[in-house]
Design a protein around this ligand. Structure first.
Ligand SMILES: CC[C@@H](C(=O)O)C(=O)SCCNC(=O)CCNC(=O)[C@H](O)C(C)(C)COP(=O)(O)OP(=O)(O)OC[C@H]1O[C@@H](n2cnc3c(N)ncnc32)[C@H](O)[C@@H]1OP(=O)(O)O
Ligand SMILES: [Co+2]
Length: 145
């Protein structure tokens, strides 16, 4: 497997509205996408786009707020009430081959491969098998970059 670009850093927050204000007013972000619900992932999502010199897409901050009782990020926010860095997400060309790669290395994959916020297949690898970082792997969107 070949590591692709760092697509996004997932940041859990108890309030996307408060986080948007923080990124606008304190961090000077100018390109923030309207938040939307992803009930199948148990989160409300908002992308903060970061600029690049090349004009290619920059790495995003993916703000995630719990949606519904069974949200996967509720436990994280109970331990970290202010929120904070939750996961890193790297792109790969072929999601099935990437899954086989991590499985072959004995890494625990969390649940099935499913469609993520960018409309392409994703899966998560357990933080305890990844040097403490919850790691999302996503297939590069067709025609991106
Ligand atoms: C927006 C959609 C999508 C996208 O397209 O980008 C997303 O990003 S959705 C993001 C939310 N979804 C997920 O995170 C799905 C995968 N996550 C999980 O399955 C669980 O959250 C988890 C990683 C298995 C954790 O489960 P939880 O029940 O909350 O905690 P545990 O107590 O079982 O945790 C065990 C152990 O791991 C440590 N931990 C938990 N979360 C993290 C983390 N984000 N980063 C690093 N470490 C983490 C936790 O502290 C426990 O450690 P010990 O206390 O030492 O046992
Ligand atoms: Co993510």
């Amino acid at each position: 497997m070949k590591l692709g670009r760092l697509n996004h850093i997932g940041v859990a927050t108890p309030s996307i509205a408060d986080s948007i204000a923080h990124y606008r007013e304190t961090m000077g972000a100018t390109d923030i996408v309207e938040p939307f619900d992803l009930p199948e992932q148990g989160v409300k999502v908002c992308f903060v786009n970061t600029p690049t010199d090349s004009g290619m897409n920059g790495t995003q901050i993916e703000l995630i707020e719990p949606l519904g009782e069974g949200s996967a990020i509720r436990g994280f926010l109970e331990k970290n009430p202010l929120g904070g860095q939750h996961h890193v997400c790297f792109e790969v060309e072929d999601i099935a081959a990437a899954r086989e790669w991590f499985e072959g290395k004995g890494k625990r994959i969390l649940g099935p491969t499913r469609i993520g916020a960018h409309g392409t297949p994703i899966f998560f690898v357990h933080p305890k098998d990844m040097m403490g970082q919850l790691t999302e792997i996503m297939e590069t969107p067709k025609g991106a970059h």
